[in-house]
Write a protein that binds this ligand. Sequence first.
Ligand code: ZN
Length: 261
Amino acid sequence: MCPRGARLLAGHGGLLEPARLVCHCLLVEGADGMVLIDTGFGSGDVAERRRLGAAFNAIVRPVLRAQETAAARIRALGFQGGDVRHIVTTHLDLDHAGGLADFPEAEVHVMADELHAARHPSLRERERYVAAQWAHDPRWAEHRAGGGEQWFGFQGVRILPGSGAEILLIPLAGHTRGHTGVAVRRGEGWLLHCGDAYFHHGQVQTPPSCPPGLAAFQALTAVDNARRRENVERLRELAARHGEEIELVCSHDPATLEEHP
Ligand SMILES: [Zn+2]
């Protein structure tokens, strides 16, 4: 995504120069097939850019290349779309749910609050959810926060217990009503995909930092900004205390994607 305003959004470059934001998805190989975490934009968005909305296209300026969709990237790795048995969504914003229809057989894991928000958006939420992206009626698996297990001070919800992959949802509401992080066990440590809980790696460093335009954008788009800020602070503390064991990635920071290709 290439919104204008690199200096304010990325902290470098010209005022009107386009910034570069990515959609960082993860592919996890489990014992019984693959798990895709977030789907970015999909082939349906490439075919029909209009469905994303005129305002989104004009301001966010997504590039929408067929070869950059998750499905195309998975095929380039030598797998088939059908190998993806489960999809875990951090939330259902249009830049995260676009690829769902490229994997029509997959079970789609989502927080119940998020699915409810997407199906019954408030006036303010209407622009962010694109119902056409899940018009194929995926097999939803809804999960609820609370009653789960402790994970480094967070309440986690364990999913896919039979898959051999250790995956927990780590609810991080604020950006949207049912936004969640996704923790994946990797060797002795963990990888935590934080979705849109934060946008810039500096936000979870100590002391924290964020380009001003990106900070304003996050505040403006949050459904509950106090809760969002509280969760960024919790993630910063997590990174400070457990940075050796837990690696944090977020959806849109290009620097993080380059570090974790
Ligand atoms: Zn996003």
